[in-house]
Design a protein around this ligand. Sequence first.
Ligand SMILES: [Cu+2]
Length: 139
Amino acid sequence: MKNSLIIVKAQIVTLILLCCTVVGATAAETPIETVMADGSKAVILFASSPLQAMTEIPFTIELKSKSGEMIEDAELALDLTMPFMPMPPNNPKAVWQDNAYRGTAIFTMAGAWQVNVEVNRPGAETEKIIFDIEMVIMK
Ligand SMILES: [Cu+2]
């Protein structure tokens, strides 16, 4: 009786582990952080991993103030480029919706990329932040 209980418990644990693995595999994301001028954190989260060229990749950007509050009133201007070569303009929109700035990016080449973001807030100077992307892979 005791043994069968242990077996059932082991099966439940295995099932939970399996579920977590499957969920983890489908929920692959690429988060990249950078720091704003006042030391607060900015995060861009791409909805896939690894990042693949010539693919529409939804992303969210979260900006926090130094006190930890979410910045919701910014206008963002994005410029996607590669650090080691000139690239044609690539300026996806990122609009505030459901607690984050949301948009869709397409990286037109494999390699290292940069997401340059101009943050414009009412009554504040424009701030420029850069997210460094180590690698976008070929499709
Ligand atoms: Cu390039």
